[in-house]
Design a protein around this ligand. Sequence first.
Ligand code: COA
Length: 162
Amino acid sequence: MRTKALYTGSFDPLTNGHFNIIERAAKLYDELTIGIIVNPSKRSMFSLEERVDMIRETVRGLDNVKVDCFSGLLADYVNENGFNVVVRGLRAAMDFEYEIQMAHMNARLFNETVETVFLMTDPKYSFISSSMMKEVHSLGGSIEGLVPDEILKRMNRSAGNK
Ligand code: COA
């Protein structure tokens, strides 16, 4: 059976923590889709189109990775597109409670063949989040090495335009 995995999130912006999970998941599964979610509860720095574009540029060296976006219920997107695996990254104990709740709820909603699989975030990146990257960058702090170079360039460009 071909394994079709999904790694989802807002990715506003994608960080090296996310990218590390993507590289590792791409080795484990035949096909990996990065599903960018339109999260109405979060104010975003980059539009959906910008995020799709930036992430495509960042993953262009990974042949079995593609980028898509969706809104609404994750389980609907997963079931309708025939994914067998949903990959989640765990940074620290603080992620666990939230992730376990989501995984159990999703398990009720997913087709029977779908599994949520957790990968431990590389400890080098276990303390970062997209919001922290935006905040530090907007206040002039360095985030070099914590977000992919292509993303940092876009953040610099976006800050310069304001
Ligand atoms: N490295 C670095 N940062 C990471 C990371 C990693 N490996 N993994 C997560 N993060 C960060 C993210 O950047 C994000 O930061 P932010 O809050 O500052 O934006 C934070 O940790 C939380 O990540 P995540 O839990 O993936 O949030 P999200 O908003 O990116 O995605 C969804 C949340 C998409 C998984 C969830 O909202 C969802 O499924 N929504 C669809 C609606 C639905 O089905 N709801 C019912 C669910 S049961």
